[in-house]
Design a protein around this ligand. Sequence first.
Ligand SMILES: C[S@@+](CC[C@H](N)C(=O)[O-])C[C@H]1O[C@@H](n2cnc3c(N)ncnc32)[C@H](O)[C@@H]1O
Length: 291
Amino acid sequence: MIETSSPRRDWQMVDEGWGRKAVDFATLSEPANCREYVTIQHRLEVTEGDRLIDVACGCGLAIELARAQGASCAGIDAAARLVAVARDRNPDSDIRVGDMHELPWPDASFEVATSFRGIWGTTPTALAELHRVLVPGGRLGLTVWGHIKVSPGAWALAPFKLASTAKVANQAAMVALGRPGAGEELLAQYGFVDVTRIAVPFAWEFADPETFARALASTGPAYEAIQNVGEDAFLAAAAEGAREVVRDGLPLRARIDVVGYLARKPGSASAPALGRSAAASPSGSASGESR
Ligand SMILES: C[S@@+](CC[C@H](N)C(=O)[O-])C[C@H]1O[C@@H](n2cnc3c(N)ncnc32)[C@H](O)[C@@H]1O
């Protein structure tokens, strides 16, 4: 069993980092994640009548897309200021501030559960809660960072290393779930079946290095770096790194390896099996090369 680092104790601090630039996150960072949202929702066959929960829902863009496909949605995030945006986008959805380790919904409330880079190697017990709130046969879709070092867009995450040594070590432990076999093993431990690993298309795009730096600064890991080196130094370092990959007439583009896991809670299937194949073979690798 992968060890946890007492995330329960810390969840009320999450808004300090993730919430401080909620509007920047909602408008400059989160929209680029739509590629993974669409991919996972398509593979889970989200449809009319599904009750769907998105855990660590951020500013609720994934919920907005699931609603567009007919699902009735709930969401939870620890950052109150991100939840404020998510509610503004999804006024009829049940979106709460809270801890993914204690979901405030009864057993068997949802046909579909998703979490986009919200469940980590350091937070595996949240899977027990997802299992609990899914109906028998319910479908699960998760994404986690894959092999970042070999990703063409690794430059975009490099400024996070400006955090303290301890924080950088924790960031590395968080992304462990993308390693070959790690997610499969963990999902099986928490009672999920039909676990499938898929490659998920993921690319951040930005207009220019300064916009990239501002977008990156709105994230939680950036806040850890900012606490260590200060905001000006963080912004300057991020923009400088991005200047090296500017392409004439094209957006800055950071393609990053992201791994998706599809799985099911055992029981009578509430919907078609997890079978819809990808519309197109996504670029990038979720094969989980050794690292
Ligand atoms: C990498 S972000 C992903 C956000 C969103 N899913 C997206 O696609 O942009 C991680 C999210 O986890 C949330 N989070 C961190 N710890 C949490 C906890 N214990 N319970 C609920 N949400 C948490 C953060 O506030 C943040 O929104």
